[in-house]
Design a protein around this ligand. Structure first.
Ligand code: SF4
Length: 384
């Protein structure tokens, strides 16, 4: 039964050059208080929430992601959380996360978010070099990251995460080390460090090809990954997922639901939900999404087969450093499938990428995580 919700807030001031998320660009001065498109969207999103079926258990995690949810006025965040509470119920200790971008919020605004129930913030920092930020189309500077963290702390948010990106065009190993050090100095409870992906259709996707000499080489990107692991471990962060690190007790409860392949609601333009064995993605443009809500148009939803669920459980679960329990796989799926897995696990283990211990299988850190695509591809090919 789903006890987690993702709400998509699809507005950004500008589009970053690497981003292919479903977002609408609203300009550098846009705010939820004054922008009618944002107000309309919040109303439609509340309508969608009010159509959701409750399964009786209150929500344990809510994640307002985007886009740039910190463009919302505090009363809009409150409106959304109230709609969720009325329709699905919010547990008193629910983790309620909201993504924020430097330069898009004030102290008063964050205090009001907190009063509305938000208790975790995720700040898009990405890099600590003004040139790198400008070169990837970010709309803020390093000093705005630092001011943002100051405001977050003044507003009383002890639980906040920072996002960083490695493998950016022109980024050196030294710059990556400096970004990690500066991020740690800001003392977040949680850090996400993603390697740049060149998505088709983005500015970067058009400007760069893999192996472009302006990008760090695969060797340097791998070194950046190892550096993140060793630097963050030395600073007391646990590497609990391929790209995520947390101080003890501060893993992201919401994202764990995805990695454990558990069900969740998704609401809003482009959002995906996974309920009663079906994955469903909403339309990715506002016009189509509004049309879908207004007409209640049915969309054919292919059911997730047991084989799909098996593959997704392996792919997602192996992202976690704790890995997967073979006994759980056997109980939930089939012992024949677990037996078929054995030679693949043995091959990955021989290469030092995977460990089998006390009935759990997990990728090694950092080498198994670095070569996770190869391990997962072999699993996919064997069962697809
Ligand atoms: S702020 Fe985030 S969601 Fe918006 S364009 Fe940049 S990366 Fe994409």
């Amino acid at each position: 039964m789903p006890t987690s919700v993702y709400l998509h807030i699809p507005f950004c001031r500008r589009r970053c050059y690497y981003c292919d998320f479903p977002v609408s660009v609203v300009g550098d001065r846009a705010r939820g208080e004054t922008n009618p498109a944002i107000a309309d969207y919040v109303n439609i999103l509340c309508q969608e929430i009010k159509l959701a079926s409750s399964f009786g258990a209150p929500l344990q995690t809510v994640f307002l992601g985007g886009g740039t949810p910190s463009l919302l006025a505090a009363n809009q965040v409150e409106q959304l959380l109230q709609a969720l509470d009325q329709q699905l119920g919010l547990a008193t200790n629910a983790e309620i996360s909201l993504e924020v971008d430097p330069g898009t919020f004030t102290l008063t605004q964050l205090q009001a978010y907190r009063a509305a129930g938000v208790n975790r913030l995720s700040l898009g920092a990405q890099a600590f070099q003004d040139q790198l930020l400008a070169d990837c189309g970010r709309s803020h500077t390093v000093s705005q990251i630092e001011q943002a963290v100051e405001i977050i702390q003044q507003a009383g948010f002890s639980n906040f995460s920072l996002d960083l990106i490695s493998g950016l065009p022109g980024q050196s190993l030294e710059q990556w080390q400096a970004s990690l050090d500066q991020a740690i100095a800001l003392m977040p409870t949680h850090l996400s460090a993603y390697d740049l992906v060149l998505e088709p259709g983005t500015v970067f996707g058009k400007r760069y090809q893999p192996e472009d000499i302006r990008l760090p080489t695969d060797h340097t990107s791998a070194q950046m990954y190892r550096l993140a692991g060793s630097t963050l471990a030395a600073a007391g962060y646990q590497h609990y997922e391929i790209s995520n690190y947390a101080q003890a007790g501060w893993q992201c409860r919401h994202n764990r639901v995805y990695w454990l392949n558990q069900p969740y609601y998704g609401f809003g333009m482009g959002a995906t939900s996974y309920i009663t064995g079906q994955r469903f993605s909403r339309p990715r443009t506002r016009r189509e999404y509004y049309e879908w809500i207004k007409t209640g148009a049915a969309i054919a939803i292919p059911a997730v087969t047991l084989l799909d669920e098996w593959l997704e459980t392996l792919m997602l679960g192996l992202r976690l450093s704790e890995g997967l329990a073979l006994a759980d796989l056997q109980a939930k799926f089939s012992s024949a499938w677990v037996t078929r897995l054995q030679p693949l696990l043995a091959a990955a283990s021989d290469r030092g990428w995977l460990k089998i211990s006390a009935d759990r299988i997990y990728l090694t850190d950092p080498e198994g995580f670095l070569f996770s695509n190869q391990v997962l591809r072999s699993l996919w090919q064997a069962f697809d």
